[in-house]
Write a protein that binds this ligand. Structure first.
Ligand code: NAD
Length: 496
């Protein structure tokens, strides 16, 4: 059995770890490798390497850092196919979808290639007689990233290119369910000329996370994952004096108004609900059908859900692969059963799906629930699987009220032909990322990504300008070069 090691100080190493966790191929259900689980002492080793590397990397020139980012970006292009297959084999998503996450993650590297511009400070001349003021930003030191299973390359790429380009060194603790992409990325950074110790990967579970959260030399922690863990990470990390950004779970609603092109809306809802087997933080898991849109929309959604081709991610004919683990499959099956028990209509039932030749794989088919109400568990809980719950509403105001009462606020979308309704929606809805006739409105890398309410703990969205701010600290300098000596003044200085 292959054992996946850590990557510390420019080399693959087991450090002192002896515990392991199994890594499965979700399409076959077979354990394909083991991943090491770090102890606190292994985290210490990685942080020490990052801390040592910060000494010179933190002082490296903008052009040196930019050169590495350009080279790294090229390597991500060259190795896209290989990386996509690694992601698909451990996560289960179809290879083309894995390519999509590489491309969206690469866009953050492209933003980091322009870090010299993003780090420009401001200058005010002659704020007082012979006095100028300027500001500039400096890196924090060693920063850590803790990431979820569902985007094993894109979510870490939301973090480390910006952290590294702004002069920090990085310790990544990826999901233990699909760890290999992170080691591949570490090798690409090394090939791109990144000095040893600037980017490190420590595999592990809660032990490794806690060690990072408590470590006095870790200045900041970026976390993406489920809301309960985001809250825990934020609380423990800030208690030990760190800067923490913590992105949590989601329950994303798509509102469909009667004036929408229902065929268009249903196509997008189907892809956004069942793509990647519903395991996207921006997946649409609730359709809010308004007024007369309802019956017709559900009829089209049913047809389209039945057309989704479910199979192994490596098969180009598959639209949707398995979910990540057997436990995830059971959670989905139970959620559909619970919906039925609580009175939802099961229009399409994915529970019994078997993929020939892959009977042991973690497959579950698309499920469509209608007449779901906001008190049902299938509505309230994040299922994180291929289940689309349709809630009926009478008006756009009612639809907005439903979304605003939901504890999550990551993404949402409205499908309509009315500019007036779309404008009202985007102004009134309490959600961080909004699509108008766009189902998965993931912001481009030069904007920042982050939800509201329980989808973002604290107030620090990720990547783009907010990412640069998060990984740096500002200094404001007031300068005078006196050519005459002045007497000491004991009043508070004001400009003159
Ligand atoms: P998760 O919260 O279980 O795990 C995330 C990370 O936390 C992993 O590295 C894991 O090892 C670690 N972890 C798990 N349990 C822990 C514990 N008790 N103590 C300390 N660390 C722990 O999330 P997941 O199942 O890997 O990913 C799916 C979740 O991530 C969903 O809720 C999804 O909505 C969310 N997500 C959110 C975004 C976003 O941008 N808001 C993006 C992607 C995923």
């Amino acid at each position: 059995m292959n054992t996946i090691e850590h990557w510390i100080d420019g080399t693959a190493t087991s450090a002192g770890s002896t515990r392991t966790a199994p890594v499965f191929d979700p399409a076959t259900g077979k354990r394909q490798s083991d991943v090491l689980l770090a102890e606190a002492s292994d985290v210490d080793t990685a942080v020490a390497a990052a801390s040592k590397a910060f000494g010179s990397w933190g002082e490296s020139s903008l052009s040196q850092r930019t050169k590495v980012m350009f080279a790294f970006r090229e390597l991500l292009v060259t190795h896209e196919d290989e990386l996509a297959r690694i992601i698909s084999s451990e996560h289960g998503k179809v290879v083309d979808d894995a390519r999509g996450e590489i491309v969206r993650g690469r866009e953050v590297v492209e933003y980091a290639c322009g870090i010299a511009d993003a780090l420009k400070g401001s200058f005010s001349g002659q704020v007082s007689r012979d006095v100028d003021v300027h500001d500039f930003r400096q890196p924090l030191g060693v920063v850590a990233g803790i990431t979820p299973f569902n985007f094993p390359i894109m979510v870490p790429l939301w973090m480390h290119p910006i952290a590294i380009a702004t002069g920090n060194t990085f310790v990544l603790k990826p999901s233990e369910r699909d760890p290999s992409a992170s080691n591949f990325v570490a090798r690409l950074y090394a090939e791109a000329g990144l000095p040893d110790g600037v980017f490190n990967v420590v595999h592990g579970d809660k032990t490794a996370v806690d060690a990072l959260l408590d470590h006095p030399e870790v200045a900041a922690v970026s976390f993406v994952g489920s809301t309960p863990i985001a809250k825990y990470v934020h609380e423990r990390g800030t208690a030990s004096g760190k800067r923490v950004q913590a992105l949590g779970g989601a329950k994303n609603h798509a509102v469909v108004l009667p004036d929408a092109d229902l065929e268009y809306a249903a196509n997008h809802l189907t892809a956004a609900a069942f793509g990647s087997a519903g395991q996207r933080c921006m997946a649409i898991s609730v359709g809010v059908a308004v007024g007369a849109a309802g019956d017709k929309l559900v009829e089209i959604l049913e047809r389209k859900a039945r057309e989704v081709k479910v199979g192994p991610g490596s098969d180009p004919a598959s639209d949707m692969g398995p979910v990540v683990t057997e436990a995830a499959r059971e959670r989905v099956v139970n959620a559909v059963a619970g919906g039925a028990e609580q009175g939802a209509s099961v229009v399409v039932d994915g529970r019994g799906l078997r993929v020939p030749g892959h009977e042991e794989g973690f497959f579950v088919g698309p499920s469509l629930l209608d007449n779901v109400t906001t008190d049902m568990a299938a509505y309230r809980e994040e299922i994180f699987g291929p289940v689309l719950a349709v809630v009926r509403a009478e008006t756009v105001d009612e639809a907005i009220a439903i979304i605003n009462a939901n504890p999550y606020g990551n993404g949402t979308a409205i499908f309509t032909g009315s500019g007036e309704a779309a404008r009202k929606f985007q102004r009134e809805v309490k959600v961080g990322m909004i699509g108008v006739n766009v189902p998965i409105p993931v912001p481009m890398s030069y904007y920042s990504f982050g939800g509201w309410k329980d989808s973002l703990i604290g107030d620090s969205p990720i990547h783009g300008p907010e990412g640069v701010r998060f990984y740096t600290r500002a200094k404001v300098v007031t300068t005078r070069w006196p050519h005459t000596s002045t007497a000491a003044a004991f009043t508070f200085p004001t400009s003159s």
